[in-house]
Design a protein around this ligand. Structure first.
Ligand SMILES: Cc1cc2nc3c(=O)[nH]c(=O)nc-3n(C[C@H](O)[C@H](O)[C@H](O)COP(=O)(O)OP(=O)(O)OC[C@H]3O[C@@H](n4cnc5c(N)ncnc54)[C@H](O)[C@@H]3O)c2cc1C
Length: 331
């Protein structure tokens, strides 16, 4: 990518919000480019999706492939590199990418999502795939017939994860540091209470991951005894303790963040406080707690409309439409 290629809108991310924005931007006949190293975002690793309208049940990766195919139909270029820095000068944005390229654009839509939170315990990262997981929806079936699994967390994702895992493993320990679950959907709370093999370990934390580098995780240590013991042998631990918006790039651009959630604050047209900079999806405070593929996609579409309006007012004659480029998808 050379710095001579100038776009109307650079879209950061390769998830649902980004691809919906790309599709709508292309159909509004402004010139978009999509940048992001990892294809598909969280949707692609969600496993089976049963709540995206129009599909009774679809694998998340397949759904995102359809999103991308639709953008490619409009010849939207896709660059497989991450955004590292964005600056704004003389009314124009300059995006610096991890592959060293720099892309100027009239507007930017940020759809770079959130980062999953970690427990911060020794071995946690080394044992990912060896007993440590951040995605119960993706990995629960791997625990079919196993003895015991722990889930860390007390929000909706943790509760849903425990319910799902209870269909596969014999005993599930749902470990939460507070005494009450944090805003679970009522239906999930009811389902959880019906599961006799889910043990609700309240007011406790997982403080140690026990195992070895060859076999991975073998047991967890709790911060307080539960039913008389503090070490439980488990085959897996699912970390479902939330996620943080990827706010570094917006922060450097002096974008207003939601003071409670650190999410990018947007208005109903997905505008940030920086003119020409829009944001969509899980990165933003647009959909509150309903962070889903359908809401992310809808926000991407709205952001594209707002961008079209902005670009129509600010576009100069220099915009060019370069040849189609496609990134290699990573699963
Ligand atoms: C386990 C799990 C199960 C889920 N199940 C469902 C479900 O059943 N139904 C449902 O509707 N939703 C589900 N969700 C939620 C849904 O996946 C998200 O709400 C949705 O993916 C948000 O889309 P997004 O485009 O905003 O962000 P994301 O999908 O997170 O995409 C962000 C993109 O930005 C990229 N990126 C990150 N940093 C940079 C950077 N610096 N430069 C460029 N790109 C960058 C990422 O690689 C990614 O491609 C699930 C989520 C998880 C984790």
């Amino acid at each position: 990518m050379t710095s001579e290629s100038r776009y109307d809108v650079l879209i950061g991310g390769q998830g649902a919000a980004a691809y919906a924005a790309a599709l709508y931007a292309a159909r509004y006949q402004i010139k978009p480019i999509v940048v992001g190293e990892e294809f598909g975002g969280e949707t692609a690793i969600s496993g089976s999706i049963e709540n995206y309208p129009g599909y009774v049940d679809i694998d998340g990766f397949d759904l995102m492939t359809k999103f991308r195919d639709q953008a490619l139909k409009y010849e939207v270029p896709i660059v497989g590199a991450n955004l590292e820095r964005i600056t704004k000068q003389d009314g124009e944005f300059l995006s610096e990418l991890s592959d060293g390229s720099k892309i100027p654009s009239v507007a930017v839509i940020l759809a770079i999502g959130r980062e999953r939170r970690k427990l911060g315990l020794p071995h946690e990262e080394e044992w990912i795939g060896k007993g440590v997981s951040y995605c119960s929806t993706c990995d629960a079936p791997l625990y079919k017939g196993r003895r015991a699994v722990a889930v860390a967390g007390g929000g909706n994702a943790a509760v849903e994860g425990a319910i799902l895992l209870s269909k596969y493993a014999r005993d599930i320990y749902l470990v939460y540091r507070r005494e009450k679950f944090f805003r679970p959907e009522p239906i999930n709370l009811r389902l959880l209470n019906e599961r006799e093999n889910v043990h609700q370990v309240m007011g406790a934390e997982i403080i140690e991951l026990i195992g070895d580098d060859e076999a991975g995780l073998k047991a967890i240590r709790l911060s307080r005894p539960f039913n008389g013991k503090d070490v439980y042998e488990v085959d897996g631990v699912f970390v479902e303790i939330g996620a943080d918006p990827r706010a570094e790039i917006p922060k450097a651009l002096k974008v207003d963040l939601n003071p409670e959630t650190n999410e990018v604050h947007v208005d109903k047209m997905m505008r940030t406080n920086v003119p020409g900079l829009f944001a969509a999806g899980d990165l933003t405070d647009a959909s509150g707690p309903l962070k889903q593929t359908v809401t992310a996609a809808a926000q991407g579409a709205i952001a594209a409309l707002a961008t079209y309006q902005y670009v129509s007012e600010h576009r100069s004659e220099q915009s060019v439409r370069p040849a189609k480029k496609e990134a290699v998808a990573k699963r």
